[in-house]
Design a protein around this ligand. Sequence first.
Ligand code: ADP
Ligand code: MG
Length: 410
Amino acid sequence: MYSQNVDFTIMSTPRSTLELHRQRFHQEGAAHAAPARVNLIGEHTDYTGGFVMPMSIGFHTTAIISQGPGGRIFLQSENYNEGKSFSTDPTTWKATHQWSDYPMGVLWALHEAGIDVPPFAMTLSGDVPLGAGLSSSASIEVATAMALLAHAGTGLPLEKLAILCRRAENAYVGAKSGIMDQFIVAGGVAGRSMMLDTRALSFEFLPIPDEARIVICNSMVKHQVATGEYGSRRDEVEAAQAALHAANPKIELLRDATLADLDAAKSKMPEAEFRRARHIITENARVLDAREALLKGDLPRFGEIMRAAHISFRDDFQASCKEVDDLVDIANRQPGCFGARITGGGFGGCTVNLVQTAAADDFVNALRAGYKQRTGIDADCFITEPTDGALALAQQAAAQMQGTQKGALQ
Ligand code: ADP
Ligand code: MG
């Protein structure tokens, strides 16, 4: 069956993980959490200065932190049921192509930024589907960063936090992700999507009307950003950007280019790069149109833009797959569905669907049945709403703590 999101309360959800941490490390831990995200529109635009429109959603990674049992670093993953220990000497920290690269990458990025974290033990656990395009990677990075910063007795504002976590993923893990994931996972706000200008790092929160739900559907086809074709698409986009810049130095980032600029430079790049760039240029325009539609509360228009975005991703970016195309096709035929498209890096993962609230349950049932019939796969579907990001969750936890302390004093 599909699951509906349950509100995350920082004091209650990680209780069992806190208990596991206590049993394993004989220390009382402090809980820090970061959500997952879904991108409504603006795919692969976030590393060439473009626009994106993600929202944070009610799946979370929790990082429990305390002093360690000895002068070393201890990491425990509940998801992988595995523990690892590392020296505190940064010169020994090297990527090993395992889950621990994500938290160690954040520790390394903090060290590089001049923030040294005292030895610690950390237990990580999460309900974010891994490698499904909902950014479990940014979720574990930001949860880890929140925990390590608190353990070091400091904090970082949104922009610095997002840049630091992206650095961990790019330079330590070795995955070429843009800034969107870390930004929304850290800075999301309940009830709102975020339109982010990834060059200026300026952003605006946009309302998601109550008459619509965002339904996420996992095709169950796995992608892996660190090793997959995401990187090769990114290379093609960057090559097209370089060709456009060479043709016209005023075009610094693909974000600056128009379709006319691209047509003028067509002979300067292979067909594949031309198509990748055409997707990015039209996608940036679609994000701006989607913003207008949301501000007007025009959900049918938003849905139309989503459908066009999927076609561009499938045909120009060529980063969809048969199963995901099936999911989108079935979704677009359902009553109450304004529009559907692939979300995330591509080559599998999830679709995002804008659906009338009253039709959402029937939509999920019909979509699952249709997908099962066509592919034999049971898809996981989630009816979601935008939730708070890690910084808002931390603020709430601090306020809750203050309230508890005040209550104890009275
Ligand atoms: P996505 O971000 O779409 O989920 P990625 O390939 O970018 O996919 O990141 C998935 C990887 O992040 C996992 O393979 C794992 O290494 C790491 N990861 C995410 N969440 C956790 C977790 N709770 N515990 C351990 N590792 C995690
Ligand atoms: Mg990721």
